[in-house]
Ligand binder design. Structure first.
Ligand code: CU
Length: 264
């Protein structure tokens, strides 16, 4: 019952998605699903049909009739899968190109730095939102997690940075997952169409406290985001679960390694 409710409440088992970019990811999921389910049913039917139809009967020989080189069947089971793979590949190629497209003029740029074990979200004025495993007292609680603030309906460009090991930026409701690879700075755009609080998680086993590498995304109407941003002093730091720590603004901000890396 729970499973049925969840399947009906989602897009064939997938979250609905809340960004402009995720519609193609959802479409890809649907295309794959419409091929996979009938194929699964045909294979299961074939297995059970053979099991019952050709089961051993008293008085019959052990060996069923043998035939091979049935050209039409061999051609069919080669060509049909190739066509299916080509169609799914076409949809995937199209979706990847659209999802990876980045704007030259995003409304907001945020650097996301993943590290063992926590997240640091750096805004254009040097303001940082930071949270680490040290702030996270209870893995079942959403308190004391670092928060990534974003405006609704605007192009937000995220720049991913890691200086230690490979981490993965993953927000289930965005239908999006992207690695943070040391030496490779990944950039992507998100236009979130729904306000609210969404859960994020490092999706790559990156060491002992990987499971604690969680964060929250708070998507706010643009005016609320603007007023939040205007209240964040340049180069100030908010540590998850704590008050903002004002620092003397200098340029660039005298803070993390990642900020230095960003300006290289
Ligand atoms: Cu990680």
């Amino acid at each position: 019952m729970d499973l049925a409710t969840r399947l009906l409440g989602t897009d064939l088992g997938s979250p609905h998605g809340v960004t402009s970019q995720d519609s193609l990811t959802r479409q890809l999921w649907h295309v794959t699903y419409w091929f996979a389910v009938p194929i699964g049913l045909i294979v299961l039917f074939g297995i059970f049909w053979c099991l019952f139809r050709y089961r051993h009967r008293e008085g019959s020989g052990r060996l069923p009739s043998q035939f091979q080189y049935h050209i039409p069947i061999e051609a069919a089971y080669t060509i049909i899968p190739l066509v299916i793979v080509a169609v799914v590949f076409g949809f995937m190629y199209h979706a990847e190109n659209k999802v990876n497209a980045v704007s030259k003029t995003p409304a907001v740029k945020i650097t996301v730095d993943g590290f063992q074990w926590g997240w640091r979200f750096i805004y254009p004025n040097g303001h940082e939102e930071v949270g680490t495993v040290a702030n996270e007292l209870n893995i079942n609680s959403e308190n004391n997690l670092p928060v990534l603030y974003m405006p609704e309906g605007e192009t937000v460009q995220i720049h991913l940075v890691s200086l230690d090991v490979v981490h993965t930026f993953y927000v289930k409701e965005f239908l999006f997952n992207r690695d943070l690879v040391p030496g490779v700075d990944n950039t992507f755009d998100l236009n979130v169409n729904k306000t609210g609080l969404f859960e994020g998680q490092c999706n790559n086993i990156c060491g002992q406290y990987h499971a604690y590498m969680r964060f929250m995304v708070r998507v706010m109407p643009k005016d609320q985001y603007d007023s939040w941003y205007s209240q964040q002093a340049p180069c100030s730091i908010v540590t998850a679960g704590n008050e903002s720590i004002p620092t003397t603004p200098t340029s660039p901000c005298p803070t993390s390694l990642s900020t230095e890396r960003q300006t290289q």
